[in-house]
Design a protein around this ligand. Structure first.
Ligand SMILES: Cc1ncc(COP(=O)(O)O)c(C=O)c1O
Length: 512
């Protein structure tokens, strides 16, 4: 029997688990291989003189043991296989994941989708290449350009001013970007699309991938929020099913692996260079990956292997029920997107109550201990995970009912009501890039008063998190509008990250 190794070439199965990890293949080879391997290794009566120093839980520090027990530590074992050059249970688990997710090759990631995006962009593009990508990409795409020396050619996705959210990238926007580069005698190294967005809105990946392939350009998709796509008839098709070449997914978001664990997939199209992506991952990932994180990815694969759609039935039904009930509540509006979107995401507008999403988020937490996924200026976005519980949905609906009755007659901030109150322009409509992300990242920096930063080249990436979409990027000229947006986010109560001065009274600029 033959297997695919990390370089995508075939190797003999006999070479691949010759007892290298001292555990008989028969003990782990069945699904889920990594979970089985951890179980077998943990059960052995061994005398350990290695790492981790908690000594399979013997020396686990009490405060955490008291909280989570010793079992977790007992299975925190490093010698199960090698993530960088897997030959045993990790290789087998990745192979099974590739089958389940429809990839020709899958890598397990312990640095989140952030690491997958870094490896995808570094692995597909070369330094100096141009990358077509939406300006509302996650910050990891910007840091990938710092690492790789790739130059952005931004697409500005359609902006919904009423809801104050960016929406999707259209095939014609991609076409236009490719053409504009062609006029300059350039061919992009890749096209990069974020789909779905944080609000669950999907770009037409099928058409975009056909367009990219017509021009022989690889398509990378940030599918951080769509790892569950394709596993239920009511869910959109996955990016791989629609022809994307390299896809990074946060398995730990809607799916159910441990936080920080993600997957990077390559399609059977064979446009992307698997060996190069593999070398990038060997450069980017730790040499001591947590076997618990990896096993949690393996457990997801095993769960999705059998009758996956039944796993999502109740969450989809409850999300529909919640939508129908919440949209009846006075002063509350539910976002309806006309094209493909995730039925497990619900974006609820509270602007008619004169509230911001941040204020509504605080209210729901204080009133019903409801935790939303993404508060925004005019709405909150909720994610319905598999096995969503009816009692929680009832609390959510009750919370919105209470919110409505508390504010419908005495709106707090009347001006939030006005369409376009927040911005009457797209937040990024005047981007002016003077230095590439990499040049700006390594340029000499200077801290200046925020008012003096206007007109200067930005030296830092600042964004509200979530969603992690940069407001300022290193290398872009800081405009008055950008400062206004940043300060507004802060005043609204958004968690703003990345700023050298968290108070935003000063900013880092490039001293060039
Ligand atoms: C669109 C998008 N891409 C990528 C990421 C990064 O994913 P991770 O947190 O798994 O590194 C996120 C995280 O929120 C995201 O929202």
């Amino acid at each position: 029997m033959e297997e695919i190794n990390t370089n995508g070439t075939e190797i003999e199965q006999d070479n691949y688990h010759k007892g290298y990890y001292r555990i008989e293949p028969c003990k782990w080879h069945n699904s889920p291989p990594l979970v089985n391997a951890l179980k077998s290794i943990a059960e052995e009566n061994v005398a350990t003189f290695g790492f981790p120093g908690h000594n399979r839980g013997q020396a686990a520090p009490f405060p955490l043991v008291e909280l989570i027990g010793e079992t977790t530590y007992r299975h925190d074992i490093l010698e199960v296989d090698n993530l960088s050059t897997p030959q045993g249970p990790i290789l087998e688990a990745q192979k099974q994941a590739a089958q389940v997710f429809g990839a020709s090759k899958t890598w397990f990631l312990v640095g989140g989708t952030t690491c997958g995006i870094h490896a995808a962009i570094m692995g597909v593009c070369n330094p100096g290449d141009t990358l077509i990508l939406p300006r509302n990409c996650h910050k990891s795409a910007i840091s990938a350009m710092v690492l790789s020396g790739v130059i952005p050619k931004y697409i500005f996705p359609d902006y919904d001013f009423h809801w104050d959210i960016p929406t999707v990238v259209s095939p014609s926007q991609v076409q236009k970007a490719i053409k504009e580069l062609q006029y300059q005698g350039l061919k992009p190294g890749a096209v990069f699309i974020t789909s779905p967005t944080y609000q669950g809105l999907c770009s037409n990946i099928k058409e975009i991938s056909a367009l990219c392939h017509l021009h022989n350009i690889p398509l990378i998709v940030d599918e951080a929020h769509g790892a569950h796509f394709g596993f239920h008839p009511s869910l959109p098709l996955s990016a791989l099913q629609q022809g994307a070449d390299v896809v990074a997914q946060s398995t730990h978001k809607v799916l159910f692996s441990l936080a920080q664990s993600s997957m990077l997939h390559v399609s059977p199209n064979n446009i992307a260079d698997k060996d190069k992506i593999n070398r990038c991952l060997q450069t980017l990932q730790t040499t001591s990956p947590s076997s618990l994180l990896l096993a949690s990815l393996d457990a997801v694969t095993a769960t999705l292997k059998n009758n996956p759609s039944s796993f999502f039935d109740n969450a989809i039904n409850l999300a529909v029920e919640a939508k129908n009930k919440i949209e009846q509540i006075p002063g509350i509006t539910v976002f309806d997107f006309p094209s493909a979107h995730d039925p497990l995401r619900l974006t609820v507008g509270v602007y008619d109550l004169g509230l911001s999403g941040y204020e509504a988020d605080d209210f729901l937490f204080n009133d019903q201990k409801v935790i939303s996924e993404l508060p925004g200026s005019r709405s909150i976005t909720l994610s319905f995970p598999p096995r969503t519980c009816k009692e929680h949905v009832d609390r959510l609906i009750l919370g919105f009912n209470n919110l409505s009755s508390s504010f419908i007659h005495h709106q707090k901030n009347k001006e939030i009501n006005h369409v376009g109150f927040r911005f009457s322009f797209e937040p990024w409509n005047d981007i002016n890039m003077k230095l590439s992300p990499r040049e700006a990242f390594f340029a000499k920096k200077k801290q200046v008063d925020i008012k003096d930063a206007i007109g200067k080249i930005c030296g830092e990436l600042i964004c509200p998190y979530p969603p992690g979409i940069p407001i300022t990027n290193p290398g872009e000229v800081i405009s008055e509008i950008i400062i206004e947006i940043l300060l507004k986010f802060k005043a609204d109560g958004a968690k703003v990250i990345g700023a050298s001065d968290p108070l935003l009274s000063s900013m880092l600029i490039c001293d060039v």
